[in-house]
Design a protein around this ligand. Structure first.
Ligand SMILES: [Zn+2]
Length: 108
C-alpha cells in the first residue's frame, strides 16, 4: 500500500467517524455518504482537468495558409472573417459557446 492510499484511508475513516458523531447516523449511512462524496469529487476533478487542455503549439509562419472564409454566429448574428489558418479547411471558430456557421467564401 502506498503512502497516499494510507492517508486516503485514514481520511475516509476519519470522515465516517465525524459524520457518525455529528449527525448521529449509522456507520453504513456515513460510509455511503463518504463514497458518494468521493465519486462526486472524482467526476468534478475529471471535468475541470478536461478544461485545462494545453492548446497546440502555433505552427511556423511559413506553414500557414491564406484563406478568406466568413463565419456567422447562428445565435447572435455576429460575423467574423478568417484570413490565415493552419490549413485550407480550418475548424470554425466558436461564438456564444457554439461552432459558427460557414458563410459562402468571399469572392473578390
Ligand atoms: Zn454569437
Amino acid at each position: 500500500m502506498t503512502k497516499w492510499r494510507v492517508i486516503g484511508l485514514v481520511v475516509v475513516v476519519g470522515l465516517i467517524a465525524v459524520l457518525v458523531k455529528a449527525f448521529d447516523t449509522s456507520i453504513a449511512q456515513s460510509t455511503i455518504a463518504v463514497l458518494i462524496g468521493a465519486a462526486l469529487l472524482r467526476v468534478g476533478w475529471a471535468m475541470v482537468s478536461g478544461l485545462a487542455q494545453v492548446p497546440p503549439a502555433p505552427p511556423e509562419a511559413g506553414l500557414l495558409r491564406k484563406v478568406k472564409i466568413m463565419y456567422r454566429c447562428s445565435n447572435c448574428g455576429a460575423e467574423v472573417r478568417m484570413t490565415i489558418a493552419p490549413d485550407e479547411d480550418p475548424e470554425p471558430p466558436r461564438h456564444c459557446m457554439e461552432d459558427m456557421d460557414l458563410v459562402a467564401p468571399i469572392m473578390e
